[in-house]
Structures are given as C-alpha cells and as structure tokens.
Design a protein around this ligand. Structure first.
Ligand SMILES: [Zn+2]
Length: 365
C-alpha cells in the first residue's frame, strides 16, 4: 500500500497538531507516495535499526523518537543522525516518527504504562489548552438534523466520553439575496425571514477544514452563515502524563518492587518514602519532571517517570515519591502499542518489532 495510507491512519489517532513545539514527529525521510508492504517498529531509529530494516526487507521504520530534532546542515556521516538519514535515503527506507503526539493522546504511551502497572480510572494529568474551538451555524429548521449529523460525523461534538454534544435554539434569520443569487428560500432582492435553528458545537481545531467542508455540503444555503470561536477550555483527552488508581492500596516499597518487575526496570532511582500507602499513581513516559507539580496537585502518591536530575529530586518535598525508572524502560511498551495499532487496522500488512535493544544507557550492577 501507499505509505501515506499508513501515516494518515496513525495521524488520525495521534494528530501531528498534538505534538509539542520542540518535537519533529511525522514523515522525516521518504515519499508519502512510495509503496510499502512491511514496517519495522522501534523506539529509536539507530543505524543498527536501519540495517535491520534492510535485512528484513522493511520499507518503512516507525520510530517513537524522531531521529532528526534540529536542522541538519551537512551530510558527511560525522554523526549518527547524519549516517542514519543517509543510509535510509540510499536504501529507499522511509522513517516516520510518532513521538509527543502519541504521548499526548488518551490511547498512547502513558495509557500503556498505566495498563502495565494495573492502574484504573485513568485520565490525562495535564490536559492541553487551545486545541478546542466552537462552531455556531444557522440552519433552516427542516435541515437542522442533517447539518447536526454531518458535523458529528466530521468529528464535532465530543466532550469527555460523550459524543454528539450540541446546543440548538430557534430564532428568525433574515437575508436579502443580490441580483445574481439563487436563494434556497425567498426571492432575490427581497428581505426574507426564515425560521432557523442556531446550532453550536465544539470541535478539535485540527479538524476545522474537514468540519467546514462537511458543513458546506450539508447546509442548504448558497452562503452559509457560521461563526468560529477559539476556546480556552482544556481538551480532557489530550495532554501530557496520566494519573490512575491501584485497585488495592500497597505500601511504597511493595509498589516499587512491582514497578521494577512490570516495567522491567533494572534500577529505580527514587526519593525517600513518605510512609503513606500508595493508591494514586501519576505516570509520564520519558522525561516527565515538568509534570511533578501536576502529579502532586492531583494527589498522586507516586510519580513514575524518567530522566530526573539530582536537584530535581528535592522537589518531591516529602509529598510524593518520585520513581525514575529509566527513559527506555518507561517507553519500551510503546513498540508493542504501535505494533498492535497497525496490526489491527491493516491486516494484510506486515509489521515487525525491532529485535535490537536501542537503550543507550547500560547498568553496571
Ligand atoms: Zn522518549
């Protein structure tokens, strides 16, 4: 199939608009039109992973971490980043990264950590602002349901676990068509009064063009009256980190032992135990230190994350146990997640997991 079919599907689950500013998710190397029949999944796209893709006949590497973060100015093989990109291009291998956009969605990196740790009632720890907008449109009464259906179908009206959310109020619209118009009701040159329904509904900003297209197709008027509003509401289903609960409380040592086993962590660097039992647990795959205040505010007993620095550990202040399990360890099950996502959707497409452990950190125990 075409590579774009695969990437468009992945981006319907984890839209590129949801990635962080510093990130570089998306198609990094390759042509969206190229044919692919086999993908290799990895956390990092190293030279060894590109070699593995060549050996296994995979035309695309789906990697969590983008191989290119900043602009590359030279390609003379001095750094591993240059060598990976050059080797991929020479061998017609595409590289696609699905990074913080997969961190920031409900069914992404952090949900997989929550599942692995056996947490329930999970929600986004730090939901994002500025991703939601509101559409208001005015529709002749008999076409209101048709327009509502079209808007919902295009992705509007989702609030938390509720779908098809909208508000309608009846009123009177007026319009007077110019000489060259062909109004749906009334006559050109005469002011017309029409019973209309004002429909308002919320939508994710990244779906705006799709939504407007659906509106214009479903609305009977030549000139559709509509307003678009920016909202400052949080998007409950998009954002960083996650918080959930254990079914039964555990003591802190017991829980850390459990993390070690379930997350296959060789070492956990952690702050002093608080002496409280563990019920609520916040998680963030990769470097999650920026979420500590959110974890504390949400009442988490333990914060499972990675990449903590010495001084940052002091910020626990005896309120929470920070458990740094290692970057690779925290995100390793993302490979399996991607495998399952692609496998389920494209049943005739071959997906393979890398056999290389790309963790650059070794433990001398
Ligand atoms: Zn990471």
């Amino acid at each position: 199939m075409k590579l774009s079919l695969l990437t468009t599907y992945l981006e319907s689950l984890a839209p590129l608009a949801y990635q962080e500013d510093y990130d570089n998710s998306g198609l990094i190397v390759g042509n969206p039109e190229q044919e692919v029949n086999q993908a290799l999944i990895s956390l990092d796209c190293t030279e060894a992973v590109v070699d593995e893709a060549i050996a296994k006949g995979c035309q695309v590497i789906i990697s969590h971490h983008p191989i290119v973060f900043r602009g590359l100015k030279k390609f003379n093989g001095k750094t591993y980043v240059e060598r990976v990109v050059e080797k991929a291009i020479r061998n017609h291998i595409a590289i696609y990264a699905i990074h913080t956009n997969l961190d920031n969605v409900m069914n992404g990196v952090n949900e997989r950590i929550c599942e692995t740790l056996g947490l329930t009632n999970c929600r986004i720890l730090n939901p994002k602002n500025g991703l939601l907008k509101k559409l208001v449109t005015y529709v002749p009464t008999e076409k209101a349901e048709q327009v509502r259906n079209a808007l919902f179908h295009a992705g509007a009206g989702n609030i938390g676990d509720y779908s098809e959310c909208s508000f309608s109020a009846e009123g009177t619209g007026t319009f007077k068509g110019g000489e060259d118009t062909n109004p749906y009701v009334g006559e050109p040159g005469t002011r017309h009064y029409e019973n209309e329904v004002r429909i308002e509904t919320v939508y994710p900003a990244n779906l705006e063009s799709k939504l407007l297209m659906a509106l214009f197709l479903a609305h009977p008027y030549e000139e559709v009256a509509y307003d678009l509003y920016s909202l400052t509401n949080q998007h409950q289903q998009v954002g960083s980190g996650m918080i959930g609960e254990l079914d039964e409380v555990m003591d802190e040592g017991e829980f850390l032992f459990e993390i070690k086993e379930k997350m296959q962590a060789q070492v956990i660097r952690h702050t002093a135990f608080t002496g409280k039992s563990v019920k609520r647990v916040a998680v963030c795959g990769g470097a999650g230190g920026f979420l500590l205040k959110h974890a504390i505010a949400a009442g988490a007993d333990v914060f499972v994350t990675a990449d903590y620095k010495y001084h940052e550990f002091f910020d626990a202040e005896g309120k929470i146990v920070i458990a740094d399990i290692g970057h690779f360890e925290s995100e390793q099950f993302t490979q399996q997640l991607l495998y399952e996502i692609i496998r389920k959707k494209f049943t005739n497409f071959a997906v393979r997991l890398t056999e290389i452990n790309t963790n650059p950190v070794k433990y001398f125990i």
